[in-house]
Design a binder for this molecule. Structure first.
Ligand SMILES: *[C@@H]1O[C@H](CO)[C@@H](O)[C@H](O)[C@H]1NC(C)=O
Ligand SMILES: *[C@@H]1O[C@H](CO)[C@@H](O)[C@H](O)[C@H]1NC(C)=O
Ligand SMILES: *[C@@H]1O[C@H](CO)[C@@H](O)[C@H](O)[C@H]1NC(C)=O
Length: 342
């Protein structure tokens, strides 16, 4: 009984200490927050405290980069196949558990041998699953990778807010194991992609590579979302400017490998932000490069219903579920002479 009471007292004491600490921290946070939103110049004492506070507690959206994240599943020779250096390296962003999604992508637009005479190298980039699922998923991934040999797993937690790390580590893989590819595509897993249009009408394998090339759906003059509920909320502490640079929208964009290598170099010294497409925009801005416009209306950011002829005249449409792809893919591939000729 006495022991229990002692424990209770101890618990209460610890609780009080903890609460006290919490109040202190919240107080400091509020102070640093108000001092950063106030228009008055902060006193030197406060700004010093604010500096200490920020040095000790990284912002929850801060990204740790550059950092030597390990490649946990890797295929160093994937790009050195018998077909020669790839024309296009496809980096497909997926999450560890999306085994079925990857399977559909392999059977549809991710097919490496879809375009005669053009070497495509496809890798799925993924991070780590949440620890509670880690064991089960590890077994699944090993089996999947034994069969297909196309997974690139990188050692950080796979979350939306960490997508920039995924893209940058994909580019690091390219720099290390596939620098002789001509172009690199970053693509999400919820799109329809028309590789043939992309290759022949946007990238033109018969022409010499363009060194400063990046294309996709180009956003100009867009502004950071400052309302907390927004999916793409950007805290002013992380990005104080009022405009984003010109950038190519995240669902799919292509860079020449020579530009991608320089983007990677610049990315080592710019502060990364969690919106990967905007961050790539910041990198090319730093390099003084402007995106090259693709043919008009060929990278669609808003879903459009499938239509055989229309879809043959574009490169990418966002917002398709993989199951939907599977349904219309046979029709898309079938020869159809009713489409108007160019
Ligand atoms: C990929 O495309 C080729 C050529 O059209 C086809 O023969 C092959 O079966 C496809 N592979 C998959 C996994 O669907
Ligand atoms: C990003 O990954 C790191 C390393 O695994 C992890 O500690 C961090 O919580 C992740 N960040 C976000 C915002 O998910
Ligand atoms: C060809 O495309 C048109 C227009 O999308 C469609 O109505 C027609 O059924 C297609 N024909 C074949 C043989 O697939």
């Amino acid at each position: 009984m006495k022991l229990i009471r002692q424990r209770l007292v101890l618990g209460a004491l610890l609780g009080t200490v903890f609460l006290g600490l919490l109040v202190l921290l919240v107080g400091q946070f509020l102070e640093s927050w108000t001092s950063s939103t106030n228009l008055r110049p902060p006193s030197p004492k406060i700004s010093l405290r604010k500096f200490e506070w920020q040095a000790w507690t990284p912002h929850p959206l801060d990204l740790n980069y550059p950092y030597p994240y390990p490649f946990l599943i890797n295929h160093p020779d994937k790009c050195k196949g018998p077909r020669g250096a790839p024309f296009l390296l496809m980096l497909v962003m997926t999450q560890p558990q999306e085994v079925g999604v990857r399977q559909i992508i392999r059977q549809t637009w991710g097919n490496e041998t879809l375009i005669p005479g053009v070497v495509i190298c496809r890798l799925f980039v993924l991070g780590l699953p949440r620890p509670i699922f880690a064991q089960e998923i590890r077994v699944l991934l090993e089996e999947e990778d034994r069969e297909h040999g196309d997974l690139l797993q990188v050692g950080f937690l796979d979350t939306y807010r960490n997508l920039t790390l995924k893209v940058l580590m994909g580019l690091e893989w390219m720099a290390q194991y596939c620098p002789t590819a001509r172009y690199v595509l970053k693509v999400d897993n919820d799109v329809f992609l028309n590789p043939s249009f992309l290759v022949h009408e946007v990238l033109h394998p018969d022409q010499p590579p363009q060194p400063n090339f990046i294309t996709g759906h180009i956003y100009t003059d867009s502004e950071p979302q400052r309302s907390l509920e927004d999916k793409w909320y950007m805290p002013p502490e992380l990005y104080p400017q009022e405009k984003y640079p010109v950038y190519c929208g995240g669902p799919g964009y292509v860079l020449s490998v020579s530009l991608a290598l320089r983007v990677l170099t610049v990315a080592q010294r710019l502060k990364p932000i969690y919106l990967e497409d905007v961050f790539i925009g910041l990198c090319i801005q730093e390099l003084g490069v402007q995106p090259t416009p693709a043919p008009p209306d060929t990278f669609l950011t808003v879903r459009q219903e499938y239509e055989h002829c229309a879809f043959h005249q574009l490169a990418l449409v966002h917002q398709f579920k993989p199951q939907e792809l599977l349904q219309f893919w046979p029709d898309f591939q079938a020869v159809n002479d009713t489409c108007p000729k160019e």
